[in-house]
Design a protein around this ligand. Structure first.
Ligand code: G16
Length: 561
């Protein structure tokens, strides 16, 4: 078997040589680069996913996407059996394999790793990799290359799920490993049914007369808009209009559209204008794993009132807290109570005002570095863990143990106190757990939960915006000679290397009231990101600007000369 495996690998790897002078790193969410440089990487990603499937004896996922990056880029995200991002302990191997110069080096690395991990080639356990891709024109060819990588590991089978959102693919992997139906139609049915269930339980008094059901969604000219168009046919109690929905010849993926653009630039995406002033609008990113809301500003139609991931998180936290309270209040016999640990996970990008608000609600807030792989892991430590990045990537995780207790409580209350508040709270929490993606942040399921919660509260977008007032902030990008020269610590809030840069940041920050600033190397683009917030906008702008100049002085392109 080993000899056969060796020769299959050698032969197939020879077809996808590593381009000269290209070194790839495993970034925030996998490999990402200009698409023309990615054939060897995608072939190797297929090998990695196949080995992961052999190791776990489960189905894993391989998604071909570069998410918010320009249309000319592409990349790959690998999903573990539980639908979360591939275990971080495998990232060094993935990076070494992607950069192995020759087929012989590649084979050596694979065999050494397989030995260390105790993986058996062609074992008896079923091994399968689900493949998906977004709408990028290079996706189809790169998917075929990944298939070759998967097939180069004997006994592993690729299964092409076609064009899907990233969260759909993660959801399919998660479902399949639970032995449940995992087709796209199952996803649509689960979302539409749990949404209907939540809407049916909107308290009386919040009538359709006083809640504006209209919602306009920017699909980023990507896969998310396309899928939402399909799903909306199954939805009742919602009026969704999708724009930038990836129609042939109309608009370019992520070009002046999409969640990343709206959140970072704080402007309306293409296709939105004065006629939309005051309406509730939402935006997806290119692979629909990020969601932000916005409203075209009445004051300046070129800008938006942004409702970012922090505010989505706050809305969800408020709702979940209320349901937990409702579930347990009025229960005389303590053995019928269902205590739950509720944790909130944010990153350094979270607006300080959101963290203050969440703490005022009495919630436990913890921080991790940027990247869902960190936030998701942390959130999974709680009975209910809510995580969101300010850029709109997040979800609500329910532990299996909590869900089974919730199911028991529901049965108990249904028998003993039909129509009671605790029963309604159980039903709502169960519906939320089935609506919101348990594998990864999902713009489509997040959007439906936002809509259901707003209806439940009877809130306009204005009520939501007023939950707390964001501290003014500014994000900038700085192109540098080598972004890996920046090493950070404390959930990316402090720079360790290069020496002296943190002191320069501290000195700038000290000049402003309630100011905060940090820098970090992006894991998806070749830039250093700078984030600043302060008590007024000009201060945040000027702090971000002066720190960017320090970054440039320490690391900028002129240091190449
Ligand atoms: C990916 C990750 C996110 C992260 C984002 C930006 O998002 O999944 O967790 O926030 O990259 O990362 P960076 O600042 O390192 O570029 P996506 O939606 O681009 O896949």
């Amino acid at each position: 078997m080993a000899e056969e495996q060796r020769s299959v690998l050698l032969e197939s790897a020879a077809q996808f040589p590593v381009p000269h002078g290209v070194t790839l790193s495993y970034g925030t969410a996998g490999f990402r680069a200009e698409a023309s440089k990615l054939s060897s990487t995608l072939f190797r990603a297929g090998i990695i996913a196949a080995l992961r499937s052999l190791k776990t004896g489960c189905t894993v996922g391989l998604m071909i996407t570069a998410s918010h990056n320009p249309v000319g880029d592409n990349g790959v995200k690998i999903a573990d059996p539980d639908g979360s991002m591939m275990a971080q302990s495998w990232e060094p191997f993935a990076e070494a394999l992607a950069n192995a110069e020759t087929p012989e080096c590649l084979v050596e690395l694979v065999f050494q790793f397989v030995k260390e991990e105790g993986i058996t080639f062609g074992g008896e356990r079923p091994a399968e990799v689900l493949l998906g891709r977004d709408t990028r024109p290079t996706g189809e060819a790169l998917l075929e290359v990944s298939k070759q990588g998967i097939k180069a590991i004997i006994g592993v089978v690729p299964l092409d799920m076609g064009i899907v959102t990233t969260p759909q693919l993660h959801w399919m992997v998660w479902r399949k490993n639970k032995g449940l139906n995992a087709l796209e139609l199952d996803y649509f049915m689960q979302l539409s049914e749990s949404f209907r269930c939540l809407i049916e339980m909107v308290p009386e008094g919040i009538t359709k007369q006083n809640f504006d059901l209209r919602l306009i969604v920017d699909g980023a000219n990507g896969v998310g808009g396309m899928k939402l168009e399909q799903l909306k046919e199954l939805l009742t109690g919602q009026e969704i209009q999708v724009r930038n929905a990836c129609k042939q010849g109309l608009g370019v993926l992520n070009e002046r559209v999409g969640a990343d653009y709206v959140q970072k630039e704080k402007v309306a995406p293409c296709g939105f204008g004065p006629n939309d002033i005051g309406l509730r609008c939402a935006s997806f990113d290119g692979d629909a794993d990020r969601l932000v809301y916005f409203r075209i500003s009445r004051v300046n139609i070129n800008s938006v009132d942004l409702v970012d991931g922090d505010k989505i998180l706050s809305l969800f936290a408020l709702f979940i807290k209320e349901q937990l309270h409702m579930l347990n209040s009025g229960i005389k016999d303590l053995k019928n109570a269902l205590p739950a640990s509720l944790g909130i996970v944010q990153t350094a990008y979270a607006n300080g005002a959101s963290t203050d608000y969440l703490k005022q609600l009495g919630l436990e807030v913890v921080f991790t570095p940027t990247g869902v792989k960190y936030l998701h892991k942390k959130a999974a430590e709680y009975d209910i863990g809510i995580y969101f990045e300010a850029n709109g990537h997040g979800t609500i995780l329910f532990s299996e143990d909590f869900l089974s207790k919730l199911q028991e409580k529901k049965n108990y209350f249904a028998a003993s106190s039909a129509g009671s508040d605790p029963l309604k709270a159980c039903l709502r929490l169960l519906a939320v757990s089935s609506l919101i993606n348990q594998a990864v942040g999902d713009a489509i399921s997040g959007l439906l939960l936002v809509e259901a919660v707003l209806q439940y509260m009877g809130w306009t977008v204005q009520n939501w915006i007023e939950l707390y007032h964001d501290l003014p902030s500014r994000q900038l990008k700085v192109k540098v000679a080598d972004r890996t020269a920046v090493i950070t610590t404390d959930a990316e809030t402090q720079v360790l290397r290069p020496f002296g840069l943190q002191e320069a940041i501290d000195a700038e920050t000290a000049k402003y009231d309630r100011a905060r600033c940090f820098i970090r190397p992006s894991g998806t683009e070749d830039v250093i990101r700078v984030y600043a917030e302060a008590s007024y906008q000009e201060a945040a702008d000027s702090l971000a600007q002066s720190v960017s100049q320090h970054v440039d002085r320490f690391l900028g392109l002129q240091s190449l000369k």
